[in-house]
Design a protein around this ligand. Structure first.
Ligand code: PBG
Length: 342
């Protein structure tokens, strides 16, 4: 059957009919809300590179903010630390009294099981050089270069994960793209008895310019060099399936593709290759700030464009969306805008 018997427009003629046949629905329950926690401040600090986002102090202000997320139906948060001091070995990352560890304990104590706490496990916020692993110097034939040492970093990532688990994290999220990181973290957690703490792996994470605003927010930009030796090349799609397969073998519980928007095809591929795993997509800082700035300039309709983007990420195959839009989008969903704007 084809035209004139089939006319796809018939199902588009009314708002509520379109809604009835819509294939994709999003809900605040799909969201993980990323939050920056900063040591040494008492008041939330605006992040100019990410309009509408703040760095939060580890005190009642943070608790109130997370409570607001809970009230909107967003029950998962992902914590990033901005420490006061850094060193070569990234040791503030696995300090029991580090900023993330204290934030986890505070949220757990005040909000109990209402909040699902994810923590970013990486060294880049805590190393003076800003790399995601330990930095070594390799000299071959008189030529010397700095390299991020994969294997010696693994042990430290295990320590970071254990310190987060001890504080009460539900899920640790390793983002350093070191080879073998999921296995090393799984073994470290299990050895300490944290067999029930899950791992959400940044399995296919690209070396992306879309992280620009985040690096301003978290002060984790590499001081020299870049992350291209450990993060993925944006030109590769097949390789993402290999990267994800390795993390699956190593014991990842939730998979992730990052960034989201320029990588919707990767989300789709991973969804098809691993249909039985929860799949998260990280709608990153650059994706967020582009829309915020364009909306502020009056170039786009913010609510429509944000809801369009979030539906697109889910349509591509992600069932979890990590997004700075989480609270606003949850409010718009509560007003039924997903039904009314399309
Ligand atoms: C690194 C890390 C990055 C992000 C989260 N964890 C980026 C990076 O500097 O490589 C980016 C998130 C965003 O842009 O929103 N551990």
């Amino acid at each position: 059957m084809s035209f004139p018997y089939l006319r796809p427009r018939r199902l588009r003629k009314k708002l509520y009919l379109r809604d009835l046949v819509a294939e994709t629905r999003i809900s605040p329950r799909d969201f993980i809300y990323p939050i920056f926690v900063r040591e040494g401040i008492e008041e939330p600090e605006e992040i100019s590179a990410m309009p509408g986002q703040h760095r939060w102090p580890v005190n009642e202000k943070l608790v109130e903010h997370v409570q607001k997320a809970l009230d909107l139906g967003v029950h998962s948060v992902l914590l990033f630390g901005v420490p006061e001091s850094k060193d070569e070995l990234g040791s503030p990352a696995y300090d029991e009294n580090g900023v993330v560890q204290r934030a986890v304990r505070l949220l757990r104590r005040e909000l109990g099981d209402e909040v699902v706490i994810f923590t970013d496990v990486c060294l880049c916020h805590y190393t003076t050089h800003g790399h995601c692993g330990l930095l070594g110097k390799r000299c071959v034939g008189g030529f010397c270069e700095y390299i991020v040492e994969n294997d010696t970093t693994l042990e430290l990532l295990g320590k970071v994960a254990v310190s987060h688990a001890k504080a009460g994290a539900d899920v640790v999220a390793p983002s350093s793209m070191m080879d073998g990181m999921v296995k090393a973290i799984r073994e470290a957690l299990d050895k300490e008895g944290f067999t029930d703490v899950a791992i959400m792996s940044y399995a296919a994470k690209y070396a992306s310019a879309f992280y620009g605003p985040f690096r301003a927010a978290a002060e984790n930009a590499p001081q020299h060099g870049d992350r291209r030796t450990y993060q993925m090349d944006p030109r590769n799609g097949e390789e993402a399936v290999k990267e994800v397969a390795l993390d699956v073998q190593e014991g990842a519980d939730i998979l992730m593709v990052k960034p989201a928007l320029a990588y919707l095809d990767v989300i789709r591929r991973v969804r098809e290759a691993f249909p039985h795993y929860p799949l998260a997509a990280y709608n990153v800082s650059g994706e967020y700030s582009m829309l915020k700035v364009a909306a502020r300039e009056g170039l786009v309709d913010e609510k429509k464009i944000v809801l369009e983007v979030l539906h697109a990420i889910k349509r591509a195959g992600a069932n979890i969306i990590i997004t700075y839009h989480a609270l606003e989008a949850a409010e718009w969903l509560r007003e039924g805008l997903d039904q009314k704007l399309f």
